[in-house]
Design a binder for this molecule. Structure first.
Ligand code: ZN
Length: 441
């Protein structure tokens, strides 16, 4: 058994919103399960939990915030090397930077090197689980999942499917791509804490046969994830309409091929049609909101009010390399500014909302876990859940220390951390209870 004393934030895992608990002086106790994965045994006020576990050694981190490890719902690990590359929007950015860089991951040695750096960077920012994009090369999946396994991470990725409208080097073959997908998912899905995601890049890059094959695999393996992109940019939506003139909407294309279901997570969803919200809700598919990417690529502003009114499942994502930062704190504060906007980006008005700090935090932890169908497993720190967590220092920078010291409430304190914090605030990351990272004291 192990125990940590700090300020504690945790969430009810199954609530459809931020049902949060906070203890200024809290204690978290973990113990390994039969598989050796550290799980939360007890969480709560220090005095009460200590009385129930008087002999367990305690690491004292009073003054720091212990919270669930962050979950990134959409991030492209091969794009680590092109973060911050300028371009005139999504499609030119894909052609000029993304595809040439992704082509390099056919080389297993290069894929391993990028995967190592990427996982180090995610840990430095407090991210302990991510629904990650690899490339179209099976070697890119092997590299990331073997590295994640060595670190004991709960991690999900998949080989990208893209058999058309893609340049040499990343374009795959329909039959081979589906065979590779099934081979990889049989090898990796459910191995330790790892998972596989069927990964059609987006409707324009996949033939009907490839999308149909992906849908058949999704039906045959219902606990495997699905990830793709939908309705990110105005030009892209127009292109999909040309390619699929008989489908009601971009999202409806995925429905027709059996790719909307629980454990399906679609990036962006800025330009969904009105009827798409109900379709999402009915299907149980989730949206990964990626605000820094949407601002960087000039895509637009996600409509939180419409999504919330429809009761859809959503969570936050960095979408690096379109995203500007690996930091969940940066993503949360950008989500706040995106929420405030009163336009979508195509001239259509949306309602501006002020997202509460606990809501933002939930969207990157327990809410994201719910979007993955992993509520109660990660993202909450409720008793029984896996002990992936971060320790954040609210005095990590002079300004952060000064502002946090003047906070009048928990909400103000968390909001200051969200608005002013970054990787410097992440002092330790624990994966299933095992110390993984830097600055652990
Ligand atoms: Zn993406």
């Amino acid at each position: 058994m192990q125990a940590w004393r700090a300020s504690l934030l945790w969430f009810d895992p199954h609530a459809d919103g931020p049902q949060a608990h906070f203890e200024h002086d809290g204690l978290l106790v973990t113990a390994p399960d039969a598989a050796g994965v550290q799980r939360v045994l007890a969480v709560g006020a220090y005095a009460a939990v200590r009385a129930a576990h008087p002999t367990v050694p305690v690491r004292d981190h009073r003054g720091w915030l212990l919270a669930p490890g962050f979950i990134d719902l959409h991030v492209h690990y091969p794009q680590t090397d092109i973060i911050g590359a300028p371009a005139e929007g999504l499609l030119p950015w894909l052609q000029r930077y993304t595809f040439p860089q992704e082509a390099r991951l056919a080389d297993p040695d290069h894929a391993h090197a990028v995967a190592r750096f990427f996982l180090d960077e995610m840990a430095r920012h407090g991210v302990t689980t991510a629904l990650t994009w690899a490339t179209s090369h099976p070697a890119s999946v092997e590299a990331l999942l073997s590295q994640a396994q060595a670190r004991g991470l709960r991690w999900i990725t998949g080989k990208v499917l893209q058999d058309r409208h893609s340049p040499d080097g990343v374009r795959d073959d329909t039959e081979t791509s589906l065979r590779d997908t099934e081979t990889l998912l049989q090898r990796w899905h459910g191995r330790g804490r790892l998972g596989y995601a069927i990964t059609p890049r987006f409707a324009p890059s996949c033939s009907d046969a490839q999308l149909r094959g992906a849908g058949e695999l999704a039906a045959r393996y219902p606990d495997v994830w699905i990830q793709s992109h939908v309705a990110e940019q105005v030009d892209e939506v127009r292109w999909v309409r040309e390619l699929y003139p008989h489908d009601r909407s971009y999202l409806a294309v995925y429905e027709r091929f059996g790719l909307l279901r629980p454990r399906a997570v679609y990036g962006h969803g800025i330009y969904l049609e009105d009827d798409d919200w109900a379709l999402l809700r009915r299907s149980g598919a989730a949206i990964a909101v990626a605000p820094t990417s949407n601002l960087f690529l000039g895509s637009g502003f996600f409509d939180y009010a419409a999504a919330r009114a429809a009761g859809i499942v959503l969570g936050l994502a960095s979408d690096v390399g379109g995203g500007m930062s690996f930091s969940p704190l940066v993503t949360m504060r950008t989500a706040y500014t995106v929420g405030r906007a009163a336009v979508r980006g195509d001239g259509k008005a949306k309602q501006g909302v002020s997202l509460e700090p606990l809501d933002l935090w939930w969207q990157h932890t327990a809410g994201a876990a719910r979007a993955l169908g992993l509520a109660g497993t990660v993202g909450s720190l409720a008793p029984g859940s896996e002990a992936d967590f971060v320790l954040l220092d609210p005095a990590a920078t002079p300004l952060l220390a000064r502002r946090c010291a003047q906070a009048q409430s928990l909400a103000e304190w968390l909001f200051a951390l969200i608005m002013l914090g970054d990787d410097r605030a992440v002092r330790a990351v624990h994966v299933a209870g095992a110390a993984q990272q830097h600055n652990l004291t």
